[in-house]
Design a protein around this ligand. Sequence first.
Ligand code: ATP
Ligand code: MG
Ligand code: FE
Length: 337
Amino acid sequence: SLILAIETSCDETSVAVIRDGREILSNIVASQIKSHMRFGGVVPEVASRHHVEQITQVIDMALGESGYGVADMDAIAVTQGPGLVGALLVGVTAGKSLAMVYNKPLLAVNHLAGHIYASQLVKPLKFPLMALIVSGGHTELVYMKEEFSFEIIGETQDDAVGEAYDKVGRILDLPYPAGKYLDELAGKGNSEAYAIPRAMIHEDNFDFSFSGMKSAVMNTVHNAKQRGDEIVPEDLAASFQAAAVEVLVEKASKALHEHPEVCQFILAGGVAANSGLRGELSTRLATEFPNVELIIPPLKLCGDNAAMIGASAHHMYADKDFSELDINAIPGLMLGE
Ligand code: ATP
Ligand code: MG
Ligand code: FE
């Protein structure tokens, strides 16, 4: 199949052309980060306005780079949710318009399914598989018995791990979104310098909690200030990252022990770009589960992009899982809905 995919769930306007769910003919990502940076976070109204301003041009760029026109497409795919409603609406409206004008089937894709299927752009997926979604809004362990069957076996009880990274980054005065900068800082620090709790690590479930780690960082900075001490940002970043990564890797391992039938493990979402997590997860799985194939997408496919939406949409196209042209954005859409 040849699919034009549109992603506007948050702060990147992205359009891709994907062949057979595996081959990227184009994947344009127009980031709005610079506009949101001065506010220290994504401002929904600003995001919607940028999507409106960018979408037509990004569609043209993606088509141009692919060498195809809309008329050549087999289907139009668009992220329906989860995300910011005003941001999603821009993509959904663009997708519906193209589907109507060119008389193409419309595929409404779940953004988190997209994050998982980003790995399909690296290697064919094999089932059953386990996916760890680590992003700005989600932290979930997902068991997939087969294509498009999503069972959430564990999730965060409070903050998502990306959210915790961004909040800790703000405490350390790093630019938004802080994940990348905190990761770089952590690489230069001593991870044993500060005590950060490994929340829920020994609990007999696959759930997570990251707000306590963020509070521990805040308290460390606060206490140091009161005593008139200097904190070492590199060490604090390294200590936080070690705690977050240890819990994620531990729960991933626990999930694989519980599901010995799993043949692939997929790391998905923006935080999959984290060097500490990529390294620790690779080492742990290689020693403990040598028969489980680990897929970690390249950095460009970890963050939000339309290629992953097209990868996911290919399967829906094969299943004729088409949507009506009156669909709406669903900001709270859950996996498997
Ligand atoms: P969701 O996918 O849950 O709807 P989102 O789309 O906003 O949320 P993503 O774009 O998938 O989230 O991921 C963005 C998050 O990834 C941000 O919180 C960012 O700080 C974090 N991030 C990016 N790179 C790194 C890194 N190297 N280390 C840690 N976090 C990172
Ligand atoms: Mg983003
Ligand atoms: Fe995302």
